[in-house]
Design a protein around this ligand. Structure first.
Ligand code: AMP
Length: 218
């Protein structure tokens, strides 16, 4: 894979986190999820967490300058030297312009953008059924990929939690934010010839195998 920056684009529930995790493992690159960083900050009650909490609970986007600051700091870490995976960032045109400038300033070339497309009904089941291990972060789904024992992680026995923003009203708001603010990025990157579409309606393992095969030749 030639690109140093890989971007995962897709609606909430498209499987960005799941696929980014597999690709990160395969290519030994850090996975930078702005959602995970923000959730961690909320949990710890830091200034960042306090600033982001209300927006996240309402299913709205956190201001661009906040998330751009997070990413700028994170990609300056030594583990990002060979490249990195952005999961859930950028989500607005100004954030995408920020990424362009950042990559250019650091001589990292152009990003490769993986656009995961999923039908609305599948998205809803993915979001309402999602459970995450409180210990290792493994993602399950009560409809599609249930753990062997209800509420418990197969790998480490950690408790499985539902995300605070995976409730019906917040999900609706998150999908609206995606439609209005994030989906214009599809055209933004397609016009630059940087977009690779993926059919995200299939089993996660099938998607990951195909995607990793594509990236090896990209
Ligand atoms: P995620 O885990 O990617 O679904 O993100 C969860 C929530 O974090 C979103 O609904 C937003 O409130 C916030 N968030 C994550 N990434 C961004 C971003 N790039 N820009 C603005 N808000 C974000």
């Amino acid at each position: 894979m030639k690109a140093q920056a890989l971007i995962f684009l897709g609606a909430p529930g498209a499987g960005k986190g799941t696929q980014a995790r597999e690709v990160a493992k395969e290519f030994a690159l850090p996975q930078i999820s702005t959602g995970d960083i923000l959730r961690e900050a909320v949990k710890k009650g830091t200034a960042l967490g306090l600033a982001a909490k209300a927006k996240m609970e309402a299913g709205q986007l956190v201001p661009d300058e906040v998330v751009c600051g997070i990413v700028e700091e994170r990609v300056a870490e030594p583990d990002c030297r060979a490249g990195f995976i952005l999961d859930g960032f950028p989500r607005t045109i100004p954030q995408a312009e920020f990424v362009d400038k950042m990559l250019e300033a650091k001589g990292r070339g152009r990003p490769l953008v993986i656009n995961i497309q999923v039908e609305h009904d599948v998205l809803m089941k993915r979001l309402t059924g999602r459970r995450t291990c409180s210990v290792c972060g493994e993602i399950y789904n009560v409809y599609f990929n249930p753990p062997r024992k209800q509420g418990v992680c197969d790998k480490d026995g950690g408790k499985l939690l539902e995300r605070a923003d995976d409730n019906a009203e917040t999900i609706r708001q998150r999908l609206v934010a995606y439609q209005n603010q994030t989906s214009p990025l599809i055209d933004y990157y397609r016009r630059k010839n940087l977009l690779h579409d993926v059919d995200g309606n299939r089993e996660p393992e099938v998607i990951a195998t195909e995607l990793i095969g594509f990236l090896k030749g990209a």
